[in-house]
Unconditional design. Sequence first.
Length: 64
Amino acid sequence: MSVVDEWARLKTLSKQNGWNVGENDLWIAATAGSRRHALVTCDQDQSRIWDPGLEVLYLPLTAE
């Protein structure tokens, strides 16, 4: 699947599920998804993405 097709699919899911994920975050997720890579992120917005076809690994930032 192309990045554009994956972006459109994730954008539709975002609207349907009320994820409220920004455009740039969706492009990053679409790039990972189209290449069948996990999305590793410290961004809480991206952690809202839930899709069986995209593994999202959220690594929260911790204070040192």
